[in-house]
Design a protein around this ligand. Structure first.
Ligand code: NAD
Ligand code: WQD
Length: 332
């Protein structure tokens, strides 16, 4: 297939580009570089031995999208492009709705104009809100507490309407849990600007001596050690989940699909610290800090639907996640 990856130079997009290229799909990267760097294209060339076409553009630029879809004879799109920081979305809701919701509408218009009807969308476990039960299966009710989550839910709802309107669409809404880790080569990974919001990149910078200690946000949650529990998934496993989703869509007779992409296994903040210390051989000092506003105690996936219908399962361990993060961090 000829597959357009919007947000293709971003963290999850570039790992997916590797998985698709290695499975002999033709990948085109489309990104405005607002949260990634052009050197990712060189790094992808080193990993895949192929120069992947890159278009610098915004997903809100419908004419440029249409031109790109036509020029590269695209047959399917994976839509990663968007803004993803929860705290920032509270400060800048308009920017989030513009990038995420308007960007998705622009993409749908471009796909409609070119007759392309296969779409994989990056959604998030954040659409489940505060879990009513665990593990979270795909029929758990949705709810949101911040503009980022609401933008994802709006897009999910729009995609359901689109699928309902025309049975030829093949749409997969993938709800990622907590993606972490890096490619085995250490060449690509997650390198956020400024102080990281997320746990794994923060721990990696503490281990590297770039930050003095980790703030553990709360140790009085109803979890085994009192710290927050999440379903961390290796980004390479997540990438292969997109390949599986594309394959499943090509065989499916149904227009709309929704899948959790997680491992089904939760780890606490302190378990993450311990695992990272073991993988890196470095100390990760931490202080117990107050709970972070908006955090939930535990969140992990029921991963059975993807296993059955996509024939996909995460296989990498917590140690793999920490070792690859450390390799990437050490090379920065
Ligand atoms: P990322 O920021 O590394 O990648 C997103 C890419 O999209 C970046 O390269 C950015 O430059 C680009 N982009 C943003 N707005 C754009 C626009 N208007 N036009 C063109 N390009 C644009 O983030 P990521 O972690 O790779 O996330 C990819 C997708 O997965 C996002 O939609 C995100 O919301 C979703 N997601 C991420 C996580 C996570 O924890 N990383 C979890 C669940 C869902
Ligand atoms: C994990 C755990 C924190 C940082 C976020 C988004 C979600 C999704 C993934 C996109 C929690 C604790 C963290 C720190 C800490 N993104 N923590 N000290 O909050 O599960 O999910 O990223 O869709 O929408 O909300 O991930 O990595 O921020 O936190 O103690 O410095 O680590 O309290 O228990 P989260 P996270």
């Amino acid at each position: 297939m000829n597959v357009l990856l919007t947000g293709g130079t971003g963290y999850i997009g570039c790992h997916t580009a590797v998985a698709l290229t290695q499975a002999n799909h033709q990948v085109v990267l489309y990104d405005n570089l607002c949260n990634s760097h052009l050197d990712v294209v060189d790094r992808l060339q080193t990993i895949t031995q192929q120069r992947l076409p890159f278009v610098q553009g915004d997903v809100r630029d419908t004419p440029l999208l249409i031109k790109t879809l036509q020029e590269h004879h695209i047959t399917a799109v994976i839509h990663f492009a968007g803004l993803k920081a929860v705290g920032e979305s509270v400060e800048m809701p308009i920017a989030y709705y513009d990038n995420n919701v308007s960007g998705s509408i622009s993409l749908l218009l471009a796909m409609q104009a070119t007759g392309i009807k296969t779409l994989v969308f990056s959604s998030s476990a954040t659409v489940y809100g505060d879990p009513r039960y665990l593990p979270l299966d795909e029929s758990h009710p949705t709810s949101v507490t911040n503009p980022y989550g609401r933008s994802k839910l709006h897009i999910e709802d729009m995609l359901a309407d689109v699928a309902q309107s025309d049975a030829q669409w093949r749409i997969a809404r993938l709800r990622y849990f907590n993606p972490v880790g890096a490619h085995d080569s250490g060449l690509i990974g997650e390198d956020p600007n400024g102080i990281p919001n997320n746990l794994m990149p923060y721990i990696a910078r503490v281990a590297a001596g770039k930050l003095p200690y980790l703030n553990v946000f709360g140790n009085d949650y109803p979890t085994p050690d009192g710290t927050g529990v999440r379903d961390y998934i290796h980004v390479t496993d997540l990438a292969s989940g997109h390949l599986a989703a594309l394959q499943a869509l090509s065989l499916s007779t149904q227009p709309l699909h929704t899948f959790n992409l997680g491992t089904g296994q939760g780890y606490s903040v302190l378990e993450m610290v311990k695992a990272f210390e073991a993988a890196s051989g470095k100390k990760v000092p931490y202080h117990i800090a107050p709970r972070r506003a908006g955090d939930i105690a535990s969140c992990y996936a029921q991963a059975a639907k993807a296993a059955t219908e996509l024939k996909w399962k995460a296989s990498r361990t917590l140690d793999d996640m920490c070792v690859s993060t450390w390799k990437f961090q050490s090379a920065r």
